[in-house]
Design a protein around this ligand. Sequence first.
Ligand code: FMN
Length: 305
Amino acid sequence: MTLVAPAGHALGLCYNRVMDGNPFASPVVELVRARRSCRSFAAVAPEPRLLAGLEAFAAGVAVPFGSGPRFGVIDNEIVRAGNLFSAGSYGMIKGARFYLAVLVRRSEPRRWEDAGFAMEAAVLRATDLGLGSCWIGGVFDRRRFGRTLGMDAGEQLPAVIVLGWPAERRSLRDRLVRWSAKGDRRKPAADLFFAGGWGSPMALEDAGQWAQILESVRFAPSASNKQPWRLVRLGDAFHFFLSRDKAYSAMMPLADLQRIDMGIAMCHFQFSATELGLKGEWGGHDPKLPDTPANFEYVVSFVTQ
Ligand SMILES: Cc1cc2nc3c(=O)[nH]c(=O)nc-3n(C[C@H](O)[C@H](O)[C@H](O)COP(=O)(O)O)c2cc1C
């Protein structure tokens, strides 16, 4: 197992390149495929320098909605030392010690997508460095983690990412959680991507280089692997919709995890497009498509150039 960052992967703060290039050492389309949630970590913790670099990286990502999330690294050993009853995350993660947390402002309506976008960029960066990671949006010690980061009344802590060197062997719990979330499975492209309207699944063979970008979206992580992203191509735009699971959202009132999923998909889409030299920009252009299912929410459009 690799315990140090591989040669050439030293953390440079290349976030200025986020909008106009690939800020990762490896191709994004490879990182997207290599990443999977890691829930079993080695006893050796990553160096603080590496974690501080990831925090700075996330803070430097130009988020699409400009809502200004902030980030912090949590050392759960320190949190636990001060709080006998804090479990950190909910016990499904073996050997977890460090978390990257995102804090968003309640007043910002698009805070969830921005949090998803920036944190997923950090996940890809971590993957690039050989670190294992897992999004945690369900049960974790929001109150104490928030307090550790000086969270104020106007802020929320929607999710964290657990970070560490992957253990050589995955724990039984890890395998169980993956199995129950069907973590390896993805919906077929025909369920997710459409051309012209909801009645016509997009033929990826005809999508040219965009096919690879859509595959990057399909491989994205999502809360409980629900894959709520639905994209419709109309003319020169890709319109992003969220297929909302209302019962699920009601069960998770502390954060809009499905909007975070949309931000993650936007991250995979944008970085993959940039890497392939395909240009465009984000904007609000609701196509008001007929026959849009009642539980679908329009989120954003990527207008190609
Ligand atoms: C916003 C979000 C929240 C998540 N919350 C949790 C969580 O609380 N616990 C957990 O074990 N996994 C969590 N996951 C990980 C998903 O279960 C995982 O991404 C999905 O099953 C797909 O598997 P993969 O990441 O290995 O591709 C979360 C993922 C996302 C994107």
